[in-house]
Design a protein around this ligand. Structure first.
Ligand SMILES: O=P(O)(O)OC[C@H]1O[C@](O)(CO)[C@@H](O)[C@@H]1O
Length: 620
């Protein structure tokens, strides 16, 4: 565990100002009389897995959905939380760092103190290992003061995101019993929330009083389903990465000599890459989900990139920006098969050094074809969910290396007559993950913290705190809670009726929906992105004034009533106001919005360079 955890660093002027930002609460959480309503009983998101999940979670499966009611909502069956006897709650960061995590703790603390000043909140220092070792820090106003609205997870730190083995689960149970906890709040992504479900089941089975609640916090944005719209940290990370990508784009076009290969952290799914591509408009983006669906081989991907380089060279352009998700490597069919073989060898305790000699002949052939740096990275020890360490595999360098080789070959064969291809590689991971959180993440996290405390007060176990309608202003957010088992499924071997479930039920990362509007928009723009250098500069995160309340494009596009929602576009319109004729009023802006007929029009406006004339807005 890191000795510096919990020791506040000196705050800069900006940080001190950020510490003063007070997130808002939606009406359903304001006041002392919070009301909840129980909705339908749940099964699981995959109807084929109902039996297997219910058997694995006999005590916590099938619980009902919970909704927090606005003060003016009439509901005769609403349960009013009237009494708040003193409680003791533990909280830990169980997943990877994600901006906004500290605000979950702040939200928990404020809600607990509002309920009963005698409530005690204990933070586990060092995440899961701190939980097993009962290493706690009592959260107080003083402790929190320099962590409000700040990035990082350094108030408590984290270690290994796993509470799974019998030994680990037993240690967690005895920590909660010894510390006499009424609630345990686990902050993290799919892995941590799956472990939270298991722990909740164990507590229920042993009639333990501790209630386990999960909070969706991961930069990857992949804990997303019919109940969870987005995760804490995704917005900030996409904003920071989009800024970095757009900086790189402007640098590329300025010098006209490099191709930048940018890999983005974000786990197996490509949510971060999709959002950043919609924000910054790089020349090319290759998403893992589309590669997996089309079963594109590594060679086909390289040819696709080289064709793009050639097409640009035909226009006299020798620069460009390619964005890929870190999960791309696993989506390439032959690489997936190789990684699976390596994972199986790890599971059988074969050492990193011995893995190459134990691969099957075809896998050994592919492994040998890889540059030595990739070979070294592919055999690294696994993540806590037994998958490859995606952050450690330099896929962008592999692509740059193979593209260069192919461009040289095309030159030699006389097919390509342009200038020599030159690349620069980047991996954007911790640069964004350690950022000051956006207003959206600050608020979302703080609200989730409040929900957790209400759930413990009602005595619920094995739930995740959720908020929907996030594309709208906070006063329209809908607070709720969903049983963790409702999000669980089991991977199946084959598609179709003969599919056999394998493995244990967990919450799986959700891939990008290739039928969704946001992906359609990206595809529609692909050829323009490739050839026109249609770069967009979203700039740095804004904390105050115009732009400070913008939400992820993917979130707002997928929101049901996006077109009718003036607030969502307002910040953007504030920015383009500078190009409108003098005297243009707010009413005219509103009229302009209501005249936007289709999503494509909206996106045309959003992607237009800021000095472009927008006839749509010239009303006076
Ligand atoms: O910083 P680390 O420990 O390499 O973790 C990186 C991993 O964590 C995540 O951010 C969350 O699981 C992944 O996107 C990424 O692969």
């Amino acid at each position: 565990m890191n000795a510096d955890v919990g020791s506040p660093m000196e705050l800069t002027g900006l940080q001190r100002r950020r510490a003063l930002y007070q997130p808002e609460l939606p009406p359903s959480l304001q006041g002392t009389r919070v009301r909840v309503q129980f909705g339908d009983s749940t099964t699981t998101i995959d109807p084929k897995c109902v039996d297997i999940v219910s058997q694995a979670f006999p005590h916590t499966f099938g619980q009902r959905l919970v909704h927090f009611l606005d003060p003016d909502t009439m509901a005769s069956d609403a349960q009013v939380i009237k009494e708040y006897p003193p409680i003791r709650v533990g909280v830990l960061f169980a997943g990877r760092q994600s901006p906004g995590g500290h605000n979950v703790i702040w939200g928990i603390y404020d809600a607990m103190k509002a309920q009963n000043p005698h409530n005690v909140l204990l933070g586990f220092i060092g995440g899961t290992e701190g939980l097993f070792a009962k290493q706690t820090l009592e959260i107080t106003d003083d402790v929190l003061s320099s962590y409000k609205n700040q990035g990082g997870f350094d108030l408590l730190g984290r270690t290994v995101d796993q509470i799974r083995t019998t030994e680990q689960v037993n240690a967690a149970v005895s920590a909660c019993c010894d510390l006499n906890l009424d609630g345990l709040i686990i902050i993290g992504g799919v892995i941590s929330n799956s472990d939270a479900a298991q722990l909740a089941e164990t507590f229920a089975k042993h009639n333990c009083k501790t209630k386990v609640i999960g909070v969706p916090v991961t930069l990857s944005g992949d804990l997303k389903n019919q109940f969870v719209e987005t995760t804490v940290g995704f917005d900030t990370v996409c904003k920071v990465n989009s800024q970095l990508i757009s900086n790189v784009c402007l640098d590329a076009v300025s010098a006209g000599k490099y191709y930048y290969f940018v890999r983005l952290m974000g786990g197996k799914a490509s949510h971060v890459a999709l959002e950043c591509a919609l924000q910054a408009h790089p020349n090319m983006v290759i998403l893992g989900e589309e590669v997996a669906l089309s079963k594109l081989t590594l060679k086909e991907i390289i040819n696709k990139i080289c064709d793009g380089v050639e097409a640009r060279a035909a226009q006299g352009k020798y620069h460009g920006v390619l964005v890929i998700p870190e999960g791309l490597i696993e989506s390439i069919p032959e690489m997936y098969a190789l990684i699976q073989e390596i994972n199986n060898l790890h599971t059988n305790n074969v050492s990193e050094e011995d893995i190459p000699s134990q691969l099957s002949p075809w896998a050994a052939g592919l492994f040998k074809f890889m540059p030595s740096f990739i070979r070294r990275e592919l055999v690294l020890h696994q993540e806590s969910d037994n998958s490859a360490q995606l952050s450690q595999i330099d896929t962008e360098q592999l692509l740059a290396h193979l593209v260069e080789a192919e461009m040289n070959k095309r030159t030699k064969d006389g097919k390509y007559k342009g200038r020599k291809f030159s690349s620069v590689c980047h991996f954007f991971g911790s640069q964004a993950r350690g950022s000051l959180p956006s207003n959206f993440d600050c608020e979302y996290a703080y609200v989730l913290g409040h929900i957790c405390v209400q759930l413990i007060a009602v005595g619920l176990n094995g739930y995740m705190a959720t908020v929907t309608n996030l594309k709208d202003p906070t006063n329209k957010w809908r607070c709720a809670a969903v049983p963790l088992t409702a999000m669980m499924s089991v991977r199946r071997h084959l598609r179709g009726p003969g599919a056999v479930p394998i493995g244990r039920p967990v919450i799986h990362p959700s891939p990008i929906d290739l039928k969704a509007e946001s992906y359609a928009v990206l595809r529609e723009k692909a050829s323009s992105f490739l050839l026109d250098d249609f770069y967009r500069t979203p700039g740095g995160i804004q904390f105050e004034g115009a732009g400070s309340d913008t939400k992820p494009i993917t979130l707002t596009i997928e929101g049901q009533d996006y077109l009718g929602d003036i607030e969502t576009l307002q910040d953007y319109l504030d920015k383009v106001k500078t190009i409108l004729k003098p005297g243009c009023s707010r009413e005219i802006l509103k009229a302009a919005i209501s005249s936007i007929a289709s999503i494509n029009d909206v996106l045309k406006v959003m992607s237009a360079p800021l000095n472009t004339e927008l006839p749509l807005y010239h009303f006076n």
